[in-house]
Design a protein around this ligand. Sequence first.
Ligand SMILES: Cc1cc2nc3c(=O)[nH]c(=O)nc-3n(C[C@H](O)[C@H](O)[C@H](O)COP(=O)(O)OP(=O)(O)OC[C@H]3O[C@@H](n4cnc5c(N)ncnc54)[C@H](O)[C@@H]3O)c2cc1C
Length: 454
Amino acid sequence: MNRRNIDIERRSRRLVEGRRGEGPVVYWMSRDQRIADNWALLWAQQEALVRRKGLLVVFCLITDYPGATWPHYRFMLEGLLELQEKLRPLNIGFRLLEQSPEEILPGFLQQLDAHALVSDFDPLRIKQQWKKQLGSSLPMPFYEVDTHNIIPAWTISNKKEYAAYTLRPKVNRLLADYLSDIPAVQYHPFEHPASPAAVDAGNFIEKLLKQSPTGKSRLQPGEAAAEGAARNFLHNKLQDYSSSRNNPCLDGQSGLSPYLHFGQLSPQRLAWMVSQSELPADIKEPYLEELVVRRELSDNFCYYEPAYDCFAGFPEWARKTLDQHRYDPREHLYSLSEFEAGGTHEKLWNACQRDLLQSGKLHGYLRMYWAKKILEWTSDPETALHYALTLNDRYSLDGRDPNGYAGIAWSIGGVHDRAWRERAVFGKIRYMNEAGCRRKFDVDGYIRSVFDKK
Ligand SMILES: Cc1cc2nc3c(=O)[nH]c(=O)nc-3n(C[C@H](O)[C@H](O)[C@H](O)COP(=O)(O)OP(=O)(O)OC[C@H]3O[C@@H](n4cnc5c(N)ncnc54)[C@H](O)[C@@H]3O)c2cc1C
C-alpha cells in the first residue's frame, strides 16, 4: 500500500460485513458536506476504482432535524447546491433523498444493488442511532470514515477523556503523522447508473430555498466561501489571534465554526494551512490548541458519554456540588421565553442574547458568561442545561455541534474543568460575572455596539 492508501484506510472502519452488490459505491454524506479534503469521499472513490464501479453521493434531507431552523437549512442547502455542481464534472452522481436515512437508504441501496455503503463519522446520538438501525437492515458492507477529526475519534482514545490535559499528549503523539496535506478527488472513470428516487436535487433545493422566510445567509455559505474565509483568517488575523481572541470588542476569532460545523471546511485542511504558515510557532500553537485539542476533545466527550446533554453526563464532583446547592435561593429566575427575548435585569446578558439572535453567533468568551448566568438564574441545573442547549442550538449557526454540547457542559456542569472556590448556586463550578468581564474588555462598548447595530 502506498502512503495515499494508508492515509485513506486508517481513517475508516467497517461497521457491517455483507455481500457486495453489482451497483455503484455509495457515499451517504452527512456531517462532512464538501468535496475537497474529504477522506470519506476519497475512501469511496478508492473502493470504486479498485472494483471498477460507479460512484454516487447521497444526502438524506429531513426537514425536522432536532433544533434546526431556517437559517441552518439555508446555509446547508446553499452549500449542497454548490456541491452538486462540483460533482458533475467529476462524473460522480448526487442524489438528494427526502427522508430519514435509516428509513430510505435500505430500499434505495437495494434497488441500486449497491456495492458498498460508506458514511462520515459523527458522535451525536441521532447519527449513531441512524447508523445502528441501518446496520441491522443492510445486505451490503457498511463503512465509516472519520473525516472531521484529524486523528479518528476511535484511534485517539478508547475512553472518555477527563480534560484537555489528558487528551493533549495523545494528540501530540500522533499529530505529526496524521496532519498532512490531503489528496484531491479525481475524475471518476466509471459510470454511475440512473437511480431510483432521482429527484432533481438542484430544483428541489431551489424550491425549498424560495420557501425560506429568512433572507440571504449572514455568512456566505459553501465550500468556496469557506476556503476564502480560511485564507483571509490565515493572512490577516492569525498573527493577532492569541492577543485578541478573548476580547469580544475585537474581531479576533476566526469565525470559521459554521463552516466547520456543516463540514464545508475540513478541520485538517485548516490545521494544515496553519501549521505550514511561516508565522512563529508561538503564534500558531494557541490556534491549533483550539482547533485540534479542544475540538477533538468535544467529539471525544460526545462519543464516549451517552448523556452528553444531560445532568448525568457531568463529572461526579460537579453533580455532587450542584446537588448540594440545588435548593439555594436564587435572586433572579427567568423563563425560557424571558431569556430568549433578552429580558433579564443584566444589560450585558441581554446584549449577548440580542447579538446571538442578530448575528447567529456569540463570541467564544461571552458564550461562557452567557451559559453560566443561565445556571445562576434558573431553578435547577437541569432547567439551566435545557434552556442553554435550546437557545444555543436554535440561534447559533454553528449549534447542534459536539463543541456546543461540550461547551455548555463545561459552563454549567464542570466537564473538562476542575473544582473552584465554593459559592451559592454554583457550588464548586467555576463562576463568572459581569465584573470579571469588565476586567477583560470594554463591556459598555460591546453593549453599545450590539444595540446600535441596524
Ligand atoms: C456555552 C458554550 C457554547 C458553545 N457552543 C458552540 C457551538 O454551538 N458550536 C461550536 O462550534 N462551538 C461552540 N462553543 C465552542 C467555542 O466557543 C466556539 O467553537 C468558537 O467560539 C467558535 O468561533 P470561531 O470559529 O471564531 O473560533 P476560533 O477561536 O477561531 O477557534 C477555531 C476553531 O477551534 C474550535 N474551538 C474553539 N474554541 C473551542 C472550544 N472551547 N471548544 C471546542 N472547540 C473549540 C472550533 O472548531 C473553532 O471554530 C461553545 C462554547 C461555550 C462555552
